[in-house]
Design a binder for this molecule. Structure first.
Ligand code: ZN
Length: 157
C-alpha cells in the first residue's frame, strides 16, 4: 500500500527570492536581516541609485541624503505592497508622491527583490549573445522566471 502524503507548500513570509549579490562587495547576501536597500535622495527628495548591500557595506550610512531601509521590509507580499507605496500612495493615503526618481531603475530593484532568477540572470544582461537572442521577444518574455532561469544557466545567449 502506498501511503500518499500531502506535503504542504511552505510559503515564506519573505517571499521566494532568498539570495542577492551585494552591490558593494559582490558577496552573497543570504540573511536579509543583515542587508539594506539603499539609495540617495535628490533635490526633489526623490530617491535614485537603488542598491542592495550588506549593512556593513552601506557606503552612505549616516549621510543626510541617504535612503536606507532593511531588506526584510521589501520582501514577501507585504514588502511588495510597501514597494508599490513608494510609487503611489494609493487611494487610502492619497496624494501623488512618487519616491523613485527613475522608474526603470526602481523596477530593476523590484524585480531583484521579487522575481525568481532575476538576480542571477541580470549579471548576463550586458552580454551581446543574450541581448541578441531576446531582442525580438514579446515584452514580458525576457523577465519570465523560466527565461531568467535559462539565462542564468547559460541556456540562452
Ligand atoms: Zn557586501
Amino acid at each position: 500500500m502506498i501511503n500518499r502524503l500531502t506535503i504542504p507548500k511552505v510559503v515564506s513570509p519573505l517571499g521566494s527570492v532568498t539570495q542577492w549579490t551585494c552591490d558593494t562587495c559582490n558577496d552573497p547576501i543570504t540573511n536579509p536581516e543583515m542587508a539594506v536597500v539603499i539609495g540617495k535622495r535628490d533635490s526633489n527628495d526623490q530617491v535614485l541609485g537603488w542598491k542592495i548591500v550588506h549593512k556593513q557595506c552601506d557606503p552612505s550610512s549616516g549621510q543626510v541624503d541617504s535612503f536606507s531601509v532593511e531588506l526584510t521590509r521589501y520582501l514577501g507580499d507585504d514588502g511588495l505592497s510597501t514597494l508599490l507605496s513608494l510609487l503611489s500612495p494609493g487611494p487610502l493615503k492619497g496624494g501623488n508622491a512618487v519616491v523613485p526618481a527613475d522608474l526603470n531603475e526602481f523596477v530593476d530593484l523590484a524585480r531583484r527583490l521579487h522575481i525568481p532568477h532575476y538576480e542571477e540572470a541580470r549579471t548576463r544582461f550586458d552580454e551581446d549573445s543574450v541581448r541578441d537572442e531576446l531582442f525580438e521577444a514579446a515584452e514580458g518574455f525576457p523577465y519570465m522566471t523560466d527565461t531568467l532561469s535559462r539565462i542564468a544557466q547559460g541556456k540562452i545567449g
